[in-house]
Design a protein around this ligand. Structure first.
Ligand code: ADP
Ligand code: MG
Length: 509
């Protein structure tokens, strides 16, 4: 079997842009162009009557029919609905992401041999609910999701193999500490990672799901809109279409400022026009606090990993927004070394995902693995119970944050009454003792306890975090050695029936 059949495919399902890559005949990752000929596909979906359009055209439509276009759906993953109705209909965010995946897969399979298996990446900071939603998006897009891996891990694999700090077998010549700084369009992620031999271990991960290039765009937009309002007395931000058009102008200007010292923004609104000039210095001043937030988070992650900057061997720049010179400047000042920018920051994640897909396919075909990835959980997993002394609802942590995966935690619960037939255990993720401040994963319902159990019968519950960060729950009654079926009733998750209905509907588009 060669590397190319079936192709090993990796997908970076981004907040603003998505990339699909495969391994070529020699096992080297290459990004695959979409039908428009671009390597980056905007994660934008236009609902146009019965037609669904994904990518560049959908993004363009944002300026004229904002109410029909979904952007930044990744930010809403784990919620019941995408933030606004589209043509009057509320869509689950994972359905919108599924449409993006479908386009990527369809366009790619035209450029390469047909495939159904793929690895999809998620931010390291994504909790279990969002990972499940991502896997469901893959399913609805008709894909067979081989694995869900963390974006920084994927980037480290890609950088390591291409820049030679990993051997061709994917092993480190000596133990290495890496910081992966990923500033995308809508999210910021920082991950501290250690590569030892062939083992990739996440030491700490932190981030901000509400911070990305879009916030830098917004600062330019506010500046330009205020200038316009001063000149013409009306504010383009109050008209959704003018606002969307201005956002695109500002995003372009931001890109210009990454290579040039000044840029111009054209503001068109209510029949008036204004050209607003902005220099790189002004832009850096306007966004200083945003950059400082990423610096703060990076310091925090490093502290959590128990390292100082002197112990960091490499800093990897990932995400399109790291093209802004202010990012590398800040990191150089912080760690006293030049960050690595060897591979295109927008493709590294998809390339690493393709390499990981290659590894998994090789394993499926009985070849020895080139490297192994070891992951940690990014949020503490707990159950909610009542504290006996205070009668207050409290979270008891079962698996603390940053535990290497896979990991199993065992917890014994007791029935309250004789003959009790069911138990409900609320499961949460988060760092607070207060359940209200945590993210509910759902309720583990054990509804088929055998009859005639005395009160205070022990019920053992095993929570297993798999290597991909997904949760499995198993239940046993030690006294009888009965294994029980149980169900995790999720809060904001689609049912299998809904998933299958969407899978059919999306396949038909
Ligand atoms: P995501 O992973 O969030 O989908 P990407 O890593 O593709 O995003 O990064 C997208 C962001 O990068 C956008 O906000 C885009 O404006 C920004 N970006 C891309 N190229 C440049 C550039 N040359 N200068 C500044 N920002 C850029
Ligand atoms: Mg990204």
């Amino acid at each position: 079997m060669s590397w190319s059949s079936p192709p090993a495919v990796g997908i970076d399902l981004g907040t603003t842009y998505s990339v699909i890559a495969r391994l070529d005949e020699r096992g080297t990752p290459v990004s695959l162009a979409n039908a428009e000929g671009d390597l980056l596909t905007p994660s934008a979906v236009l609902f146009d009557g019965s037609e669904v359009v994904v990518g560049k055209e959908a993004l363009k439509a944002l300026a004229v029919e904002a109410e029909c276009v979904a952007v930044f759906a990744k930010r809403d993953m784990g919620q019941r609905h995408y933030g606004k109705p589209l043509q009057g209909q509320w869509y689950p965010p994972e359905v919108i992401q599924a449409f993006v995946l479908k386009k990527l897969a369809d366009d790619a399979s035209r450029a390469t041999s047909p495939f159904s298996h793929a690895v999809i990446t998620v931010p390291a900071y994504f909790d279990e609910v969002r990972r499940k939603a991502t896997q469901d998006a893959g399913y609805m897009a008709g894909l067979e999701v081989l694995d869900i891996i963390n974006e920084p891990t994927a980037a480290a694999v890609a950088f390591g193999l291409q820049q030679g700090f990993l051997s061709t077998e994917g092993t480190a010549h000596r133990p290495l500490n890496l910081v992966v700084y990923d500033l995308g369009g809508g999210t910021f992620d920082v991950t501290v990672m250690r590569i030892e031999g062939g083992e990739f271990r996440t030491l700490a991960t932190d981030g901000d799901v509400e911070l990305g290039g879009k916030d830098w765009d917004q600062r330019l937009l506010d500046f330009a809109a205020a200038e316009f309002a001063r000149r013409w007395g009306s504010d383009p931000r109050h008209d959704p279409n003018a606002n969307a058009r201005l956002w695109q102008e500002c995003e372009e200007a931001k890109r210009t400022l990454s290579t040039r010292r000044r840029a111009a923004i054209q503001v068109l609104h209510a029949g008036q026009a204004l050209r607003v000039e902005v220099t790189r210095e002004q832009f850096e001043e306007q966004t200083r606090d945003l950059l400082a937030r990423t610096e703060f988070t990076a310091r925090q992650a490093l502290r959590e990993a128990g390292l100082d900057w002197g112990a960091v061997d490499r800093v990897l720049l990932v995400g399109g927004s790291t093209r802004m010179p202010m990012v590398a400047d800040m990191l150089r000042r912080l760690c006293g070394r030049q960050p690595d920018a060897g591979i295109s920051p927008d493709e590294a994640v998809a390339h690493g995902a393709a390499l990981h897909a290659g590894l998994l396919l090789a394993r499926l075909h009985g070849r020895p693995p080139r490297f192994s990835i070891r992951n940690v959980n990014s949020h503490s997993l707990g159950v909610v119970g009542t504290e006996a002394s205070t009668q207050r609802r409290r979270t008891a942590v079962l698996i603390p944050k940053n535990t290497p995966l896979p990991v199993t935690a065992r917890r014994v619960f007791k029935t309250q009454q004789p003959g009790q037939r069911s138990l409900a255990i609320p499961i949460v993720e988060g760092e607070s003792r207060d359940p209200e401040a945590c993210v509910p994963l759902g309720t583990c319902v054990i509804s088929n306890l055998p009859p005639d159990l005395p009160a205070r019968t022990e019920v053992e519950v095993m929570f297993r975090y798999r290597a991909d960060g997904r949760l499995q729950v198993q239940v046993r009654i030690p006294a009888t050695d009965i294994q029980l079926m149980q169900e995790l009733q999720r809060e904001n998750s689609l049912t299998q029936v809904q998933l299958d209905a969407w899978r059919l509907r999306i396949a038909g588009t």
